[in-house]
Design a protein around this ligand. Structure first.
Ligand SMILES: Cc1ncc(COP(=O)(O)O)c(C=O)c1O
Length: 461
């Protein structure tokens, strides 16, 4: 189709996610027709580094030959079958391979088809687990402020990003909320030191104590605590210490509350660990996976849990303990074939071991390029994720006025530099695939610096 026609249809009929369409009144989005490796190619000849890995799902670059091949081969065999009452080798292979990466406690796999549904499944499972056990008072969830778990209403109920969710509160159930481990703006960090990797907390984890207060006061009515381990992604790429997760696991054990880790964004190597929770040496009761499960090829998700949770549902049909939940595209064979090929790549090519030096380079260059910039309040990073929180006053951490839409301006300017710096407010981040090289990183960061410097300077005038 002629790109002009694409834009005509886009303007007249399409409605893009997380987009104020009026922002496109006098501009248009790039028409992407091809991609390869780290690059997106537009119909008008422009190229962009896909610096956010296709909304955080791409892992090995676009159009990886092994993943393409797996999908082509699967198209000769089976494209879809009802997973209620049938099974297939493609789902079984995903499970067999994932079991090699997961701790033995996580041994039951429930498929669905996107991150939000993986979370919905975890919430409903946690809720019904206690109902099935007869502990019917346990109906509530504890979540973090600044958390993001998806856009369906259960996920919104446990979400904490006010900008996205405030309006929908009357439609959701009321979760208990603990303060987020937001190290940069923590009262224990009055000088606003950089978070970096949050590897050695020099604080007393007062955020965890605040959570414990809520947990102890409400333990008997709680079914589960849900968190994104080590990185609150959509909440602003907030990196927090592994100690927090260890403390949280202990608290959940002490108060007999299930623990859900949402690794939809962090799973499959993005943090430098196959799963972010490995960095803390703890295991959740329920684990939500999607995005990187198919390396960003097709929608697929998993909620993984323990035999103990599963056994609470395993009963004579008459007992009414069945988990009545499912989606049309549950365990879609095309998606499963790509997911299996993705896991094969992890085993055969060991990208995380190979990428250690690249990750160190990324973090070092972030510090070198940005730590002296007066507008950079915080630098934080974990694995292939890096973020800058831009502020008007570094000493007080005072933000730029929201009306300026600084992050949005930087995003628009980044497209001119061949980058995709999609912001979260005034947090600018990179969410890179595991295949990124030092040369690509250097080019991406140099361009980023140029864009950010220019836009901030224009706004300080
Ligand atoms: C941590 C987390 N959970 C859940 C979701 C929702 O995933 P999806 O967009 O596939 O519904 C996201 C999406 O960004 C996420 O970052």
């Amino acid at each position: 189709m002629d790109p002009k026609r694409v834009l005509e249809i886009d303007r007249r009929h399409l409605w893009h996610p997380y987009t104020q369409m009026k922002d496109y009144e006098d501009r248009h989005p790039p028409v992407i027709t091809r991609a390869r490796g780290l690059k997106l190619y537009a119909a008008d000849g422009r190229e962009f580094y896909d610096t956010i890995s296709s909304w955080w799902c791409n892992l090995h670059g676009h159009l990886h030959p092994a993943l393409n091949q797996a999908l082509i081969e699967q198209l000769q065999r089976l494209e879809h079958v009802n997973f209620a009452g049938f099974t297939h080798p493609y789902a079984a292979e995903v499970v067999e391979r994932l079991l090699r990466f997961l701790p033995p406690e996580l041994s039951r796999f429930f498929f669905s088809d996107n991150g939000s549904t993986a979370v919905e499944v975890a919430l409903k499972m946690a809720f019904q687990f206690w109902q099935n056990l007869g502990e019917t008072r346990r109906t509530r969830f504890l979540a973090l402020r600044e958390a993001y778990h998806g856009d369906t209403l259960g996920a919104v109920s446990v979400g904490g990003v006010d900008l996205f969710f405030r309006l929908y509160r009357p439609l959701t159930f009321e979760a208990l909320r603990a303060p987020a481990p937001y190290c940069y703006r923590c009262p224990e960090n009055p000088k606003h030191r950089f978070t970096l990797e949050a590897s050695e907390p020099s604080c007393g984890l007062s955020c965890l104590s605040a959570l414990e207060e809520i947990l102890s006061a409400h333990a008997e009515e709680l079914c589960a605590v849900i968190v994104e381990p080590r990185l609150l992604a959509a909440g602003g790429m907030l990196v927090y210490p592994a100690e927090y997760l260890r403390g949280l696991r202990e608290l959940c054990d002490r108060y007999r509350v299930l623990l859900i880790f949402d690794e939809v964004a962090t799973g499959f190597g993005r943090t430098g660990y196959m799963f972010a929770f490995e960095s803390a040496g703890v295991v959740p009761d329920l684990l939500c996976l999607s995005k990187g499960l198919t390396a960003g090829y097709l929608p697929l998700a998993l909620t993984v849990t323990t035999e103990e949770v599963f056994q609470a549902f395993y009963a004579d049909w008459r007992e009414g303990k069945t988990f009545y939940h499912g989606h049309t595209f549950t365990a879609n064979p095309l998606a499963c074939a790509v997911a299996a090929a993705n896991l094969r790549l992890f085993e055969e090519e060991r990208p995380l071991e190979k990428g250690r030096k690249v990750r160190e380079f990324f973090h070092r260059r972030l510090r070198e390029l940005f730590s002296e910039r007066p507008y950079v309040g915080d630098i934080r990073y974990l694995g292939y994720v890096g973020a800058l929180e831009l502020v008007r006053d570094r000493e007080t951490a005072e933000p730029f006025p929201a009306e300026r839409r600084l992050g949005f301006q930087i995003y628009m300017a980044s497209l001119e530099e061949g980058l995709v710096l999609r912001p979260l407010g005034d947090v600018i981040y990179w969410f890179l695939p595991l295949c990124v090289t030092e040369e690509e990183l250097e080019d991406i960061l140099t361009r980023s610096l140029r864009v950010i410097d220019r836009v901030v300077k224009e706004n300080l005038r």
